[in-house]
Design a protein around this ligand. Structure first.
Ligand code: ADP
Length: 453
């Protein structure tokens, strides 16, 4: 048994137990009351019957018959004169009876009167009926019944109640245990599942729990487990990729530094090696900078400060920055953007998006090709398209292009100075601006990145 079952079980038990006790006491009192009432009325009716016989014929013979009749039952009849002197009694008259007989009320109703009903404390219950013959008050018929019999009957009743109470208690406990098991079982399974998840075991198997809140909770735990597993795998892959990415330039740097420091290396070669070392260090610092940016984005410490930006001059100033690199490759860039177009964005962070995309278009295109940058307002949203005529991206690589460290042609892009992080940074920045980015490409036919903001 676990804590929650015990808690719910005890609560159930207490609630039902209290309810049952109240009902039992109520029922018990009612039954006793009506049984005693029955005894009293039957005693009184019996007295009234004797009285009616006597009113019809008040003779010694009749009186004797009544006495004989009554002597054979567990009740006792006493017939007295109006002043209380006893005519006849079916059995011995005890002192208790005499005391009770003194309490006859005056006037006494013809249908009789219950003289004593305290069955708990007194030896007898009693009734009295007046005998009136021709409007003349002739005497009293007293009826007595020993309370022992009533007490016996009631103790029998109590025993039945006790057995019924114990049986229902037993059933109640069995039902509560079964019900609590049924109710708490899924909770316990879920708590065990979350414990396993926290220990790194993501293979949660929870049975179908229906469509209620419990079922929803179970589903959420399953989703959580698979999300966590994915995150963990992603993190491991990411760390593996980072160390791999760092190792390559470091190996170059170490190797060339080793050759360069040798005595026999001639000045010309040394300069070449130092040049390579310088280049590789540049790549390393670019990689570290981009990693740092990504880490900041992941932590959400990255804030986007939007301001109103006129898009045409904004794009022109960015293009100016890349013009020397484009000139070097004999490439052309065409900007298509109407003068009045503006939107709210973070100019510094968004510049990185555009620079990355234009730089990719340059890196993965042949010299003398063209890059088109189109900025349009289509039904209230700004569409930006950066299109090149370069080598394109094979269809199977397209879905993974925004993943960290994903590169189509690893050796080639590394040689071009790519880190494989550029597009994942672009995507995160665009999404931080509330926008979307998609790519369309055909190998050898160029690539287009389209952002909608
Ligand atoms: P990298 O720093 O290697 O350019 P990115 O994340 O920017 O990393 O790009 C990921 C990969 O997508 C690149 O290695 C390249 O293979 C491919 N790619 C990106 N842009 C283009 C493009 N305009 N034309 C062809 N391939 C591209």
């Amino acid at each position: 048994m676990n804590k929650i079952s015990i808690k719910i079980g005890v609560l159930f038990f207490l609630a039902i137990f209290i309810l049952e006790c109240i009902l039992m006491v109520f029922l018990h009192n009612n039954i006793i009351h009506s049984r005693v009432h029955e005894e009293l009325t039957s005693l009184q009716t019996r007295g009234n019957n004797h009285r009616e016989i006597l009113e019809a014929s008040f003779h010694d013979e009749t009186i004797r018959h009544i006495a004989i009749m009554e002597a054979r039952t567990d009740t006792q009849v006493i017939l007295t004169k109006p002043d209380g002197t006893i005519y006849m009694s079916s059995n011995r008259v005890t002192d208790d009876m005499k005391t009770i007989m003194k309490a006859v009320p005056k006037p006494i109703p013809h249908e009789g009167f219950i003289l004593e009903n305290d069955w708990k404390n007194k030896a007898y219950i009693a009734s009295v009926s007046p005998v009136i013959i021709d409007d003349h008050f002739t005497g009293y018929v007293f009826m007595f019944q020993n309370t022992e019999k009533i007490k016996e009957m009631i103790s029998g009743l109590n025993q039945h109640f006790l057995i019924a109470g114990l049986l229902s208690l037993l059933f109640m406990i069995i039902i509560i245990i079964t019900l609590t098991r049924y109710v708490t079982q899924p909770l316990i399974q879920m708590s065990e599942a979350t414990k396993r998840i926290s220990k790194g075991d993501f293979s949660v198997s929870l049975p179908k729990l229906g469509k209620d809140e419990m079922g929803e909770l179970g589903e959420s735990i399953k989703v959580l487990a698979s999300d966590l597993e994915m995150l963990k795998n992603e993190r491991n892959e990411f760390l593996a990729s980072i160390s791999h990415e760092l190792r390559t330039p470091l190996t170059y740097i170490k190797g060339y530094a080793d050759i360069a420091r040798r005595q026999e290396t001639i000045g010309e070669d040394r300069d070449k090696y130092l040049g390579i070392i310088f280049e590789e260090t540049g790549k390393l610092s670019k990689l570290v900078k981009e990693l740092f940016n990504l880490a900041k984005m992941d932590e959400n410490t990255f804030s986007i400060e939007k301001e109103k930006v006129h898009l045409r001059p904004y794009f022109q100033s960015i293009i100016e920055k890349v013009t020397p690199a484009l000139k070097e490759n004999h490439m052309d860039l065409v900007l298509e953007c109407s003068v009045d177009l503006y939107m709210f964005l973070d100019p510094i962070r968004f510049e990185q998006v555009i620079l990355n995309l234009i730089d990719n278009a340059r890196k993965y295109s042949e010299p003398n090709s063209k890059i088109r940058v189109e900025v349009r307002n289509i039904s209230g949203r700004v569409h930006m398209k950066i299109q090149d005529e370069g080598m394109g991206i094979p269809g199977e690589d397209l879905p993974r292009i925004f993943e960290r460290f994903y590169r189509v042609d690893k050796s080639r892009t590394r040689a071009l100075g790519g880190t494989g992080l550029g597009l994942s940074i672009v995507k995160q920045l665009v999404e931080a601006h509330g926008g979307t980015i998609k790519v369309t490409s055909k190998p050898n036919n160029g690539t287009a990145f389209e952002m909608i903001l």
